[in-house]
Design a protein around this ligand. Sequence first.
Ligand code: HAM
Length: 422
Amino acid sequence: MEKIHSLTGMMDLVGKKADKSEVSNRIFFTENVLRNIFENYCLSEIRTPALEDENLFKRSVGDSSDIVNKELYSFLDKNDKRIVLRPEGTAGVIRSIIEKKIDGDTHRLWYLGPMWRYERPQKGRFRQFYQAGIEILGYEEGLAELEMISLICSINKQLEIKNPVIKINHLGNKECKKLFCKELVDYLKPFSSKLDKKDLERLDGNPLRILDSKNPETQNILNEAPKISDYLPKDSLDLLDLIKDTFSNDCNIEIDHTLVRGLDYYTGFVFEATSSDLGAQDAYLGGGRYDELCSQLGGKNLPAIGMAIGIERLASIANANEINKTLVSFIILSSKIEQKAYKIAHDLRSVNKNLNLDIQLSEGSLKSKLRRANKDNASYALIIGEEELKSNTVIVKSLLDENSEQSNMTLNELHDFMKSIV
Ligand code: HAM
């Protein structure tokens, strides 16, 4: 009888107890570490179906993207409806929110599951692969961007990733993107005969993606092309600098104005993390802001930012470690000091791996934030206002004992205290 084989580019994952460094074990371990980090950042899990209506991806990831254009696993079901195996997770999450499967105006979500893309299989590129994704919805540009990069730094640190680089860019607002694309097309049109088929298609459909071209001749032509950095508003450039400054002690961040990403829904800040240890497919995660996707799919305006991690790629460069945690709630009392206070919280997160640190991003009184900290079963609340920031101190309140006094600690004292918590 003819043997039945697994399909090309699709792996069986079978954990082998004896060999902890084996591919499947590394993948399972990495998934567990990521789940813990997501919990540590107080994100909630969401699972959407693997099968979706094809139009969902045509209208989100975009007709001009390789993912929709060439790589969709698309079928007619028994009812002649065109359905696809999801190539990514963001569109399904937004569909679910629009259908009001989750309540509220803000969401901090994560998911983990298989995705399918009909690509040419090679090292680090599969037809069925796993992604862990994060989508933070309902927050305008600002702290949510910092939260994303903070997450990446934590992932790099906990999995001891070697040679990680976080590349960041900003695609600007609608007007500057439109103007830049027009100037780019005007510049490139005279070179049409020198561009390959793929870049010519991009010139018509999504000119920004030409910046990402792998063709050396196109990259040569682009040397003299208009640069997106000359078109970006000051706010966007400032955000890139702020992110670089905030995390420069912790991770290697590069501003890369050629980074454009392969999906059509991005609107502002975009990023990718790469490691030279991965070889040709060197990006182990990518994401960005996509403020228009929800309204584009028929929902209300919902600012959003997210990212997805390629589990196989991350697992192949991860190291093994265990974690077990206590919750600390970090309460910022004034929006004026948010960014500086955020940096303090970011530094604290690396002091003790056994702690979960929840930064309460939303508006609200101290009382309501303390109530939430108690509801979340936090063991301690760290409270910082304008006075504390001036004097480099933080108020520490134990939530374990109702009668315990709160105390004021200097940042050094706080670091020692955080280290001592088991
Ligand atoms: P993406 O850049 O298409 O973004 O995929 C994210 C990551 O998934 C990549 O950096 C890579 O590590 C992994 N990946 C992609 N394709 C493959 C493949 N064929 N084999 C193995 N790994 C692969 C997205 O999917 C967006 N949904 C990310 C996002 C979320 N943006 C906003 N929210």
